[in-house]
Design a protein around this ligand. Structure first.
Ligand SMILES: Cc1ncc(COP(=O)(O)O)c(C=O)c1O
Length: 398
């Protein structure tokens, strides 16, 4: 597929607006909508519950979607649990591992986490009397790997984001995973901003648990997420939710749970969502992850160059090799929301605010940022139009 033109043809909204809010959620290409329509119009039924043909077909497509997700991140079929989103996946990890922790155990994370990869650990630490420590890092988002090594030494669990949704920094998850495994710590990765934008391989990254959302990088619908759970944890991970679909046998005295992944998916799942997610992944695979990454890097490079030319301060790693498709900036004395409103007046959608990462804002000593975030369907022409609006804004200000 020709990048970005062929992708843009599949997404009518790209003609109407400049959509630079891909970190929040991405636009949906037609093949994803068609796959979901197909389910709702042709074989709408529940899964794992009926012998009739519609249920058989829905079950087949739902499980085929699981296989597509598994292959996408190099996991085994049974290691993929469908959830609502990244936030739910990470909460499930913290709840399901709770019984493994003893007072005084240590969880290590980073200062750059999204609230969804911080609050579950803060709550777990409070409930179980654990220590929560943060790897040192600078204001660009670069982690101090020697400090990481020191802190991970006696950790029970290490939870890190792959890519920051504020700074765009790509963290050294493979190295951190190696450190965690050498110390026998559980390694959890928040891949909300990497899956669908770059290769995510759970074996290469030494991951025990990994979470991502269907509606971001993979261009799927909202309401579907993924929890990867390494098969080594099947017997020690307590399913936080149980009930319909999770059992092998039940009597008035008790129950015996069934095998994973069903053990971890209580109740009717988001069937259409899983099918849409798989269609999104197939679509991404047709474009090619390398091409997606290359396009986003090109857009970041031009964006930060343009911001530098306009003397607009931006945040994130100066080393562009470590900078994924997210650029945060500010135009003082304007409030980030005011900048976003001006851009909206010109048909350009960006996010403004604290981006669910208040500790990052506190570290940088700011209240918020304006954030432009890209996907493969964004073009250099769009970046130029965006820089043009900022140039006018800055000219009027100074
Ligand atoms: C790094 C990161 N983690 C977690 C999340 C939460 O994702 P969701 O809202 O889909 O649960 C986000 C959302 O922006 C994110 O950027």
């Amino acid at each position: 597929m020709k990048i970005p033109d062929d992708v843009r043809k599949d997404i009518p909204l790209t003609i109407e607006v400049i959509y630079f809010d891909n970190t929040a959620t991405s636009l949906t290409p037609k093949p994803v909508i068609e796959a979901m329509d197909d389910y709702y119009l042709r074989y709408r039924a529940n899964v794992h519950r009926g012998v009739h043909r519609l249920s058989q077909m829905a079950t087949h497509k739902y499980e085929e979607s699981r296989k597509i997700v598994a292959d996408f991140i190099n996991a085994e079929f049974g290691e993929i649990v469908f959830t609502k989103n990244t936030s739910e996946s990470l909460n499930l990890v913290a709840l399901g591992l709770e019984n493994l922790f003893r007072p005084g155990d240590k969880i290590v994370t980073t200062p750059y986490e999204h609230h969804s990869d911080l609050l579950p650990w803060q709550r777990l630490a409070r409930r179980k009397g654990l220590k929560l420590e943060f790897i040192e890092g600078d204001n660009e988002g670069n982690l101090d790997l020697s400090d990481a090594e020191r802190k991970i030494k006696d950790a029970k669990l290490v939870a890190v984001q792959h890519v920051s949704n504020v700074l765009g920094v790509v963290h050294e998850v493979e190295e951190l995973g190696k450190m965690a495994k050498e110390e026998g710590a559980i390694f959890v990765v928040d891949a909300a901003q990497s899956a669908g934008h770059m290769e995510v391989d759970v074996r290469k990254l030494h991951v025990d648990f990994l979470a991502f959302s269907g509606h971001k990088g993979p261009m799927g619908p909202t309401g579907i997420g993924v929890l990867y759970l390494n098969s080594g944890f099947f017997d020690v991970f307590e399913p936080p939710l149980i009930g319909g679909g999770t059992i092998e046998d039940v009597s008035p005295d008790g129950y015996r749970l069934t095998e994973p992944p069903e053990r971890f998916e209580a109740g009717t799942p988001n069937i259409g969502g899983a099918i849409g997610l798989a269609a999104g992944i197939r679509y991404i695979q047709r474009i090619g992850l390398k091409g997606i990454e290359r396009q986003e890097r090109k857009l970041v490079k031009r964006t930060v160059e343009g911001l530098d030319e306009l003397e607009i301060p931006w945040y994130g790693p100066g080393n562009l090799k470590k900078h994924a498709g997210v650029v945060s900036f500010n135009i003082p004395p304007l409030h980030p929301h005011d900048v976003a409103a001006v851009l909206d007046d010109h048909g350009i959608m960006v996010r403004s605010g604290h981006h669910c990462a208040l500790p990052v804002m506190k570290k940088l000593g700011i209240n918020g940022t304006v954030r432009a975030s890209f996907h493969v369907y964004n073009s250099l022409e769009e970046v130029e139009a965006f820089l043009g609006v900022l140039e006018e804004l800055v000219r009027n200000l100074r």
